[in-house]
Design a protein around this ligand. Sequence first.
Ligand code: 5GP
Ligand code: MG
Length: 174
Amino acid sequence: MTILHDEASIRAGVDALAVRIAAHYAGREVTVLVVLRGGIVFAADLIRRLDLPVALDTIGVASYTGAVQHASGPRLTSTPQIDLRDRDVLIVDDILDTGRTLSHLREEVARRGARSVATAVLLDKPARRAAPIEADFKVFSVPDVWIVGYGLDHHDRYRNLPFLAALDPEAAGG
Ligand code: 5GP
Ligand code: MG
């Protein structure tokens, strides 16, 4: 494992992002929709730094990986409890990779009648983008390597690491 960002670096990045998000919403209530499960750690830190009224909910999504790409896109595994109609929704996820997940979630939230939809990600991996989407708010750009820690997993492990690390290719393959 190679550390990409330590705790201090993440804290500084999340602090700066929170200031930008608070300025963008300027006193309005924002409904933070955390994407399960990778977005949990980032969202937990981010919302505690947001100087705004915040409503919090979650959405679960399973992305299909490998050779098969389903026309229907990623599948929802759980839906928000809050009625999103007329809300300013900020979707918070761990990483924007191909972009399929966030494109799908943006549409889903819009379909539920949100007044506005924006996206915040901890990481942006632009090398693999397949859907035409950029994050409205992001902390770090990363190269095309498999990243773990601070919410991101490898076979359900490492989400609890307080730093962000690149997994060695041999380990990531297994
Ligand atoms: P998408 O390809 O749809 O933009 O991203 C789908 C999901 O793939 C992300 O939300 C994240 O859960 C996962 N993902 C993409 N790249 C990485 C990575 O480097 N490490 C980990 N742990 N998950 C990733
Ligand atoms: Mg995810």
